[in-house]
Write a protein that binds this ligand. Structure first.
Ligand code: CAA
Length: 387
């Protein structure tokens, strides 16, 4: 057992930390308040190789491993969770799908411009009436009589980066009566007629990560843009979520770390009743519990990232490891952000400090890419073999 990072991993971690502390952190509060999409920073992240970390160099990426991906996301999230959402979805839900299920031509067309950061990708699974029950989607893809394209109609919701994305990995059903077995994955150019961006969601946290609805009204998608076979889409969606959940776990670790580190500093500096508050046992108890959960969350995230690479080499699924990491890390982020606000007292509740932002941002990690309730279902089903 070796917990040390390789030279490549240490290098990308240091590069991400520098970018996060020098570029993202100073602007994080401004982006949170304005809700503006941080396009320039995302382009810079692309130049540094952060938008396609695991994408091979021949397709425009950095060609690194899943641990490197987790390290980058943790660093970015410790500065600003909204930036981390954009980077994580681009890498894990979007690029991973094309890498694993796309042809070389699809990798060149749809992964390269996204991995370099020139364009942004998004993932379209949820619908207004189907979030957790993803298999019951209604968005319909009908094959044309000449078999050259699909005509897509329906509505997708909660699309991360939807307002700015150039391409969407869309899941639509070719036959709703088949449930998950009718779901088909299509790469959609968002410039096509019939791709209509809807309202941008006003959110509690990760406000600079733009999220919107998308409506499809007779949108034509060439058959050549199908990822995998007809009916393979649900398996693709779930496999990719197994990768995405490692990203959200790393994001949650970053938020938890930021909350914890701010709390340690405050506990050392803030005096009450003649002593630094960190010398009081009630504060010490909070810090110790935060530290234990933070370390455990990071180790579970690294295990899931490591196992993702093993699964890629040897086959199998990373479902349990990813869900365990996502569940534990997101609840840790919420716990640490909550404790951090409490330790800081009044100033923790103020917008003068980033604690209240960590608190708002942490919440989404328990919701997107599968709620904590869904993660528990996934884990229990995997462990028992029961449904
Ligand atoms: N890997 C590969 N295949 C998988 C799989 C996985 N992780 N999970 C399920 N499958 C396969 C199953 O083996 C099954 O195949 P067979 O029929 O051939 O055996 C098929 O998929 C259907 O599986 P289930 O019967 O288990 O499907 P279900 O309808 O009971 O749903 C679920 C399972 C776990 C609840 C699933 O619907 C789920 O994960 N829901 C949550 C969806 C989610 O995370 N949404 C978030 C949207 S993305 C997002 O948040 C936006 C963003 O931009 C950040």
């Amino acid at each position: 057992m070796d917990f040390s990072l390789s030279d490549d991993q240490q290098m990308i971690q240091a590069a991400a930390r520098e970018f996060a502390t020098e570029v993202i952190a100073p602007a994080a509060a401004r982006f949170d308040q304005s809700g503006e999409f941080p396009l320039d920073n995302i382009r810079k992240a692309g130049e540094l190789g952060f938008m396609g970390i695991e994408v091979p160099e021949e397709f425009g990426g950095a060609g690194l491993d899943p641990i490197s991906f987790s390290l980058v996301i943790e660093e970015i999230a410790a500065a600003d969770a909204a930036h981390a959402t954009i980077v994580s979805v681009n890498n894990s839900l979007y690029c991973n799908a094309i890498l694993q299920f796309g042809t070389d031509a699809q990798k060149r067309q749809f992964a390269r411009p996204i991995a370099t950061g020139e364009e942004i990708g998004c993932y379209g699974l949820s619908e207004p009436q189907s979030g957790s029950d993803a298999g019951s989607m209604r968005t319909r893809a009908v094959l044309s009589a000449d078999g050259s394209h699909y005509l897509v109609n329906g509505k997708k919701s909660w699309i991360t980066s939807g307002p700015v994305a150039r391409y969407m990995l869309l899941f639509a059903t070719v036959d709703p009566s088949r449930g998950p077995k009718g779901v088909t994955a299509l790469m959609v150019d968002t410039g096509e007629a019939g791709y209509l961006r809807g309202k941008t969601e006003p959110k509690l946290g990760i406000r600079a990560s733009a999220t919107c609805e998308v409506e499809f009204a007779d949108c034509r998608v060439p058959v050549a843009n199908r990822l995998g076979g007809e009916g393979q889409g649900f398996q693709i969606a779930m496999t990719v979520l197994d990768a995405g959940r490692v990203g959200i776990a790393a994001q949650a670790v970053g938020i938890a770390r930021a909350a914890y580190e701010a709390s340690v500093r405050f506990a050392q500096e803030r005096k009450a009743f003649g002593s630094a508050i960190g010398s009081f046992q009630l504060i010490q108890g909070k810090l110790a519990d935060m530290k234990c959960r933070l370390d455990a969350a990071r180790l579970l995230t690294w295990r899931a990232a490591w196992n993702k690479a093993e699964v890629r080499k040897h086959g199998g699924r990373n479902t349990t490891e990813a869900s365990v990491a996502k569940l534990f890390a997101s609840e840790t982020a919420m716990y640490c952000a909550h404790q951090a606000v409490q330790i800081h007292g009044g100033i923790g509740y103020s917008r003068e400090m980033p604690l209240e932002r960590y608190f708002r941002d942490a919440k989404i990690t328990e919701i997107y890419e599968g709620t904590s309730e869904i993660q528990r279902i996934v884990i229990a089903r995997q462990e028992t073999g029961l449904r």
